[in-house]
Structure formats: structure tokens, C-alpha cells
Design a protein around this ligand. Structure first.
Ligand code: HEC
Ligand code: HEC
Ligand code: HEC
Ligand code: HEC
Length: 112
């Protein structure tokens, strides 16, 4: 009996912990402003895994479209040495974004 209750408590505590972990995960910028839901990208209301980049492209179009968005910038941050750099190398969804180009260059673009 007692171990049964103990196991139940452990399970509840575990459930609360994992709930809290997700509760601290937030979005920023426009995705936050539009109240985007977790499952929109993760396909799951209790996300655990990094979503496939295809979810970004479903809304933002092809890589070619993304490149055009910033074509006025020289150099274009969407046109580096590789045509397939993952979006979330730079655009972090749950932490401040970074500009990986600046590991070697100093372009200084602010990454949303
Ligand atoms: C459900 C559609 C949708 C999905 C999925 C989505 N976005 Fe967006 N995103 C938008 C819209 C709409 C905007 C606001 C208009 C714009 O800037 O294009 C936006 C804005 C952005 C911005 C500009 C942010 C800002 O605050 O100025 C970036 C960068 C971005 N998205 C990257 C991504 C990446 C990377 C992914 C995949 C992890 C992604 N988006 C997934 C719809 C989406
Ligand atoms: C715009 C798409 C998008 C939305 C909406 C989104 N996420 Fe994410 N999430 C990502 C991406 C991309 C990553 C990979 C890390 C990064 O780029 O920030 C990630 C990583 C995570 C991870 C870590 C997975 C791992 O193994 O590292 C968790 C947990 C998570 N998200 C939870 C959430 C929760 C909770 C919400 C709702 C509040 C949410 N996400 C909404 C795109 C999204
Ligand atoms: C090397 C870093 C880097 C990578 C990788 C990257 N971006 Fe960006 N992105 C930027 C920077 C920097 C800006 C802001 C440029 C500026 O100053 O306007 C930006 C801006 C954007 C914007 C907003 C454009 C606008 O309308 O102002 C969107 C949307 C976006 N990126 C989507 C994506 C998507 C989708 C991918 C993956 C296919 C991606 N980005 C990959 C650095 C990156
Ligand atoms: C690991 C270091 C490194 C990173 C990260 C890096 N670069 Fe470079 N880049 C270099 C070096 C070294 C050169 C000069 C040698 C050459 O021309 O290939 C260069 C040259 C360039 C040039 C001028 C020469 C050319 O290829 O036309 C551009 C434009 C450029 N980088 C853009 C970018 C952009 C945009 C990013 C981010 C998406 C980026 N780089 C990320 C190391 C890097």
C-alpha cells in the first residue's frame, strides 16, 4: 500500500516537474507576439524534440524566398558559404539568437 502511494507521489512530482520545465520555455519576437502555440512547430503540446526545419519553411517559403527577404543587405546573412545552414543555428526560438557569421567576420547584424 505505502509503496503504491509513494509511486503515485513520485509520478505526480515527475509530471509537475516536466510541466514546469516546459512552462519556462518561451518564444520571443514576432512568433511570441502572434501567440504561436508549441504544437505549431513541435507537432506536440508537450514538446521534447527539436522540430524539423521543414516547419519553418512551411510558413516562410523556400530558402530562395528567405534569401530575398534580406537581399538588400550586403553581405546577405542568408547567403553564406553554405546554402543549407540550419535556420536555428542563428534564429534560436527559446534563447537569444546569434549570428554565426560573426565567429569569423564582424557584420554585426542583429538576428531576430
Ligand atoms: C505558422 C507559421 C510559422 C512558422 C511555423 C514559423 N514562422 Fe517564423 N514567422 C511567421 C510569421 C507570420 C512571422 C512574422 C512576419 C515575418 O516577419 O515574416 C514570422 C517571423 C519570423 C522571423 C522574424 C522574427 C522577428 O521577431 O522579427 C524569423 C527570424 C522567423 N520567423 C524564423 C522562423 C524559424 C527559424 C522557424 C522554424 C523554427 C519559423 N520561423 C517558423 C510564421 C511562422
Ligand atoms: C517557431 C517554432 C517553435 C515554436 C512555436 C516552439 N518551438 Fe520549441 N523549439 C523550436 C526549435 C527550432 C528548437 C531547437 C532549439 C532552438 O533553435 O531554439 C526548439 C527546442 C525546444 C525544446 C528543446 C528540445 C531539445 O531536445 O533540445 C523544447 C523542450 C521546446 N522547444 C519546447 C517548446 C515549448 C514548450 C513551446 C511552446 C511554448 C515551443 N517549444 C514552441 C521551435 C519552436
Ligand atoms: C547565418 C545566420 C542566419 C541563418 C542560418 C538564417 N538567418 Fe534568417 N536572418 C538572419 C539575420 C542576421 C536576419 C536579420 C537581417 C536584418 O538585419 O534585417 C535574419 C532575418 C530573417 C527573417 C526576417 C526577415 C525580414 O523580413 O526582415 C526571417 C523571416 C528569417 N530570417 C528566416 C530564416 C529562415 C526560415 C532560415 C532558415 C532557412 C534562416 N532565416 C536562416 C540570420 C540568419
Ligand atoms: C569559419 C569562419 C567563417 C564563417 C563562420 C563565415 N565565414 Fe565568410 N569568410 C571566411 C573567410 C576565411 C573568408 C575569406 C576567404 C574566402 O574568400 O573564401 C570569408 C569570405 C566571405 C565573403 C567574401 C568572399 C566570398 O565568398 O564572396 C562573404 C560575402 C562572406 N564570407 C559571407 C559570410 C556570411 C554571410 C557568413 C554567415 C552566414 C559567413 N561568411 C560565415 C570565413 C567564415
Amino acid at each position: 500500500m505505502k509503496t503504491g502511494i509513494f509511486h503515485a507521489l513520485v509520478l505526480i512530482a515527475f509530471a509537475l516537474c516536466s510541466f514546469n520545465v516546459n512552462a519556462e520555455i518561451k518564444l520571443h519576437g514576432k512568433h511570441a507576439q502572434m501567440h504561436m502555440q508549441c504544437d505549431t512547430c513541435h507537432g506536440d503540446t508537450r514538446p521534447r524534440e527539436v522540430p524539423d526545419e521543414q516547419v519553418c519553411l512551411n510558413c516562410h517559403g523556400s530558402r530562395e524566398d528567405v534569401k530575398k527577404l534580406t537581399s538588400k543587405l550586403n553581405p546577405n546573412p542568408h547567403y553564406g558559404h553554405s546554402d543549407s545552414q540550419p535556420c536555428n543555428d542563428c534564429h534560436k526560438q527559446h534563447e537569444p539568437s546569434v549570428l554565426t557569421c560573426d565567429q569569423c567576420h564582424k557584420f554585426g547584424y542583429k538576428t531576430p
